[in-house]
Design a protein around this ligand. Structure first.
Ligand code: FUL
Length: 489
């Protein structure tokens, strides 16, 4: 009976290299397990859908009759398949936007799908979307607007109980929730049960965030929480989808609270920073967050989307792209087509790592131990990395490609469990018998993509030029964007 485990152990000992050299000490702060899982997603979608889709607004006032919500051909399947085909790893749905209308039959309000004509009031958009996501292997997240322009007691302490009750419904009835999105927008005026007035709240104290966040931690410990300043993922400081360069994953969290955003600092992060709170780049595929037929001709082009991918994912942030369903309750053709071509272009770039079979030589390897070997940068399992002795903070690594190869994209990743270590780097090509620099950058973190001119060379050198500690580099890759001529072949 014990033979199998014995064989397995013997095999493991025979093949695994057990290092006697200690790994580098982490450079704090480091990501939590839930943040590490989130970093792997990189690209996922937002779905803005509510009464606004039918009233042609961006912010509903809160007085929209439930009867306006009536998608003619809603298909969670079509929305989720569109997202999956585009390469998205999850979707976040606006379960309740600022107008207060709930896309699920909440037991705490009448202002929901249950009083709409859609499916005779028996529909539940959250149920259909979460089921379709989970069935398809996509993660599912929820947006629950803290600002509620419909609810009569908004602005009073009672509203906080209402908000938490709704959060409880969303976190307990729809399976695993990957992210909870706490919007910082609070405009003031609204319907508020008929009062039609302006209500200002103290953004710092009104929502009592720490106690709301602990509900999420308790009910969905794996969920990432988004707000302007975290606690798990931060706003990037703009709604154009563009991360700063650099974009550090760290932030001095005490300086931020939801709705109180220093957008410049959020865009670049703080180095050094007290907490690991990476940035999320939220942007819509159209000018608005909600569907408007007049914007059918203003859908972002595949080229614009590829550019945004490089400026978000390629700077260590995530790319949260909004896909607003139309009045049918489906993603419109223009958006589907743009996403399809965007995916094709990305795949054409990243399907082949031109460095995959390179010989890798480093100026130093930690303890001369193969656990930290230079060639680990070519493995894409995310577990191995190249590192150096503690006192070697600015080492070099050479990729010998064997013969000249042409590329214009370089991909770098640090080994995140040990924190963000590199502060600056440079890249050289071997040209006319000597090294010539062709690119340089600052932060690397979870991912850094350099997209530049075409370089043809047989050797590439990475120089770490600034770091407070030895590096831990998990990946280097070289890629080429097909030129129009090549694509036609
Ligand atoms: C903003 C909101 O006011 C917009 O309507 C949208 O939901 C965007 C993602 O966040 O703060």
């Amino acid at each position: 009976m014990k033979i199998l485990p014995l064989i397995a152990t013997t095999l493991f000992l025979a093949t695994a290299h057990v290092s006697s050299v200690e790994p580098p000490a982490p450079l704090g702060p480091v990501p939590s397990a839930r943040q590490l899982a989130w970093h792997e997603m990189e690209f996922y979608g937002f779905v803005h859908f509510t009464v606004n889709t039918f009233t042609d607004k961006e912010w509903g006032f809160g007085d929209e009759p439930e009867s306006v919500f009536n998608p003619t051909d809603f298909s969670a399947e079509q929305i989720v398949q569109t997202a999956k085909a585009a390469g998205m790893k999850g979707l976040i749905l606006t379960c309740k936007h600022h107008d207060g209308f709930c896309l699920w039959p909440s037991q705490f309000t009448e202002h929901s799908v249950k009083n709409s004509p859609w499916k005779n009031g028996r529909g539940d958009v959250i149920r259909e979307m979460s089921d379709a996501c989970h069935k398809t292997g996509l993660k599912f997240g929820v947006y629950l607007s803290p600002w509620d322009r419909n609810f009569a007691v908004y602005g009073k302490p009672e509203y906080i109980a209402y908000y938490r009750n709704q959060l409880h419904e969303l976190l307990t009835n729809y399976g695993p929730i990957s992210e909870v999105w706490f919007d910082g927008a609070n405009g003031g005026d609204g319907f508020y049960g008929g009062a039609r007035e302006k209500r200002n709240i103290d953004r710092k104290t009104y929502y009592d965030w720490p106690n709301t966040w602990s509900i999420v931690r308790e009910l969905q410990p794996g969920a990432m929480m988004f707000s302007d300043g975290g606690p798990d993922v931060r706003w990037v400081g703009n709604e154009r989808g563009i991360a700063g360069d650099p974009c550090w994953a760290t932030l001095n969290r005490a300086d931020f609270s939801p709705g109180e955003a220093d957008s410049k600092r959020l865009n670049s992060g703080d180095r050094p920073g007290t907490d690991w709170i990476p940035a999320e780049c939220d942007v819509s595929i159209r000018p608005g967050w909600f569907y408007h037929a007049t914007e059918d001709t203003r859908v972002k082009t595949p080229e614009q989307l590829v550019d945004l991918y490089f400026k978000s994912v390629g700077r260590g942030a995530s790319f949260l792209l909004n896909l607003p369903p139309d009045r049918r309750g489906r993603i419109a053709d223009a958006d589907v087509n743009s996403l399809r071509e965007f995916r094709r272009q990305l795949d054409a770039i990243f399907s082949k790592n031109l460095a995959a079979s390179a010989k890798v030589i480093a100026s130093n390897v930690r303890g001369n131990d193969k656990t930290f070997a230079a060639k680990n940068v070519l493995s894409d399992d995310g577990k191995k990395y190249w590192s150096t002795d503690d006192d070697v903070k600015t080492p070099e690594l050479v990729l010998d490609l064997g013969k000249p190869k042409t590329f214009n994209v370089v991909s770098l990743r640090e080994f995140l469990p040990l924190g963000q270590r590199v502060e600056a780097f440079a890249l050289d090509q071997w040209k006319d018998g000597q090294w010539a620099q062709f690119a340089a950058g600052t932060s690397i973190g979870s991912h850094r993509l350099i997209r530049g001119d075409f370089v043809t060379t047989s050797k590439v050198r990475l120089r770490i030029t600034q770091a407070p500690v030895c590096p831990a580099l998990a990946e280097i890759g070289l890629y080429v964007e097909p030129t129009v001529k090549e694509e036609k072949k």
